[in-house]
Design a protein around this ligand. Structure first.
Ligand SMILES: [Zn+2]
Length: 484
């Protein structure tokens, strides 16, 4: 109990919600109340603590939770693409899927298609307790549509936009006898991008009502000029936001960077002075100890999307090394599995396999580390931790309630470990974002889910017809899909 006057002679104050259960705060002291409660008034948290104290001081218009339930901070997804949800199962085992499946799919979605795709993604995320997502758009036409859809569904969204102003070409192994890697920047596009970003950042800091926050997506070193990276950092500083960049992701990118600049991608960005606390690296799977040191010294952050390590078969990010060096690491669903409870579990096992097992190091990466990455550290990665990421008085009421009335989560001796190891998205019963109930009894209140699925099937069929000829693999291998 931290703020209210709890004098016993006073009647309880009316609040909108009192939520009870095992409360995992993720506050600075990492307090967990086994019989706790959270009180919510309007958009904010007004009390967190032992249930008896909170209930003495506050009476909720509505009560949520229950004595076996788990009450956790709304989960934070630091990397995703709203435009990719409808084709993600087409990309399985078909490499290179980013350029062959995802980007062409985004190009043919159109305005209605992107809204449908964003609604599907957001419904998926909200149902799994995600209250903040991040969209890194690749197509300028999607910016407004994604922002508006976030406001409509009620999910909090870090909306990162930005266009490419560099074309580059990697002379592949077979061409290297006389071919050379090259890049070309287009100053006219750079200037247009900077003007657009300035306008976007100004407009959405107003329009987003604190729920949709504007960020910059400087896609990657092969597609963004040095000049634009430098300008983006300056804009981020002036607009109190951050720059997100897909980096050190695959061998081709590293080869290109080394052949053009004689430096690896993160070393290149360090050299041009754009690594800093407002830089969020995405993925960084192929990152050397030198580069981790550069990130840590600069205060740069990481969005780690573990499932994508499998999806593009590149490498497992050295999250253990990054955290040990002091790099803040958030977790990302990145389309492929939009259930962050599953993503936490995957991150835990993947890091244990990659770093813990070879060194017999059971404490190198723990379930608590995974939980922090999906809550408070995710908020820090997005520079949003003054408002979200933990259950504390004065913070926004972004809260997920997990149903503990089931044999999977009960009995439990270790609440955080049980969530990371055993909880699944469908265990989430209620979700509040900014004090607004957006998921009740496992259903999203802000979306007509039945008609959404019909719409999604139609758009997905259209996009699939455009994409199937590009695939190397047939859609069915041994498992034969029979239409009927
Ligand atoms: Zn991405």
């Amino acid at each position: 109990m931290t703020d209210a006057d709890t004098g016993a002679d006073r009647r309880p104050q009316a609040v909108d919600f009192v939520i009870t259960g095992t409360v995992v705060t993720a506050d600075a002291d990492r307090r967990v109340y086994t019989d706790g409660a959270v009180a919510v008034r309007d958009s904010g948290i007004v009390a967190v603590g032992p249930r008896a104290e909170v209930e003495r001081a506050f009476e909720g218009d509505r009560r949520l939770g229950g004595h076996r339930d788990l009450v956790i901070p709304g989960l934070i997804d630091t990397h995703n693409h709203m435009a990719q949800a409808l084709v993600r199962s087409l990309a399985l085992e078909d490499l290179p899927n980013i350029t062959r499946v995802y980007i062409p799919a985004e190009d043919v979605l159109g305005d209605d298609g992107i809204r449908t795709s964003a609604r599907v993604t957001m419904a998926n995320l909200l149902r799994a307790g995600v209250t903040t997502t991040t969209d890194t758009t690749c197509t300028a036409e999607h910016e407004e549509a994604v922002g508006e859809t976030a406001l409509e569904t009620g999910i909090r969204c870090a909306l990162a936009v930005g266009d490419r102003d560099r074309t580059s070409r990697l002379a592949s192994n077979y061409e290297q006898i006389d071919g050379r890697s090259e890049y070309q920047d287009d100053p006219a596009i750079t200037a247009g991008n900077i003007a657009h970003l300035e306008d976007f950042l100004t407009r959405w800091s107003e329009r987003g009502r604190g729920l949709v926050r504007p960020y910059i997506h400087a896609a990657s070193v092969p597609s963004i000029s040095d000049e634009l990276f430098v300008a983006a950092q300056d804009l981020a500083e002036r607009h109190d936001t951050a720059v997100m960049t897909h980096i050190n992701r695959d061998r081709e990118e590293i080869e290109l960077c080394v052949s053009l600049f004689g430096r690896r991608p993160l070393e290149h960005l360090s050299r041009i002075g754009v690594l800093g606390p407002r830089f969020l690296a995405i993925h960084a799977m192929l990152t050397t100890a030198r580069e981790i040191r550069l990130m840590a010294e600069a205060g740069a952050k990481l969005a780690h999307a573990p499932v994508v390590c499998t999806d593009i078969v590149s490498a497992v990010t050295d999250v253990v090394g990054m955290r040990a060096a002091g790099v803040t690491v958030g977790l990302g669903c990145d389309t492929v599995i939009n259930d962050i409870l599953a993503v936490m579990r995957i991150a835990f096992f993947m890091q244990a396999q990659a770093a813990g097992i070879p060194l017999y190091d059971p404490i190198g990466f723990t379930t608590e580390d995974a939980f922090e990455m999906a809550t408070i550290d995710g908020a820090k990665a997005l520079i949003w931790d003054q408002e979200i990421g933990s259950l504390e008085v004065g913070k926004a009421a972004d809260i997920a309630v997990i149903d503990g009335e089931n044999p999977r989560l009960s009995p439990r001796h270790n609440p955080v470990g049980s969530i990371v190891r055993y909880a699944v998205g469908t265990d989430v019963r209620s979700v509040l974002v900014d004090g607004r109930l957006v998921v009740d009894d496992g259903r999203v209140l802000t979306i007509d889910e039945d008609s959404l699925l019909e719409e999604a099937d139609e758009v997905a069929a259209r996009v699939r017809n455009d994409l199937v000829p590009r695939r190397y693999w047939p859609l069915n291998q041994r498992f034969r899909i029979i239409d009927g």
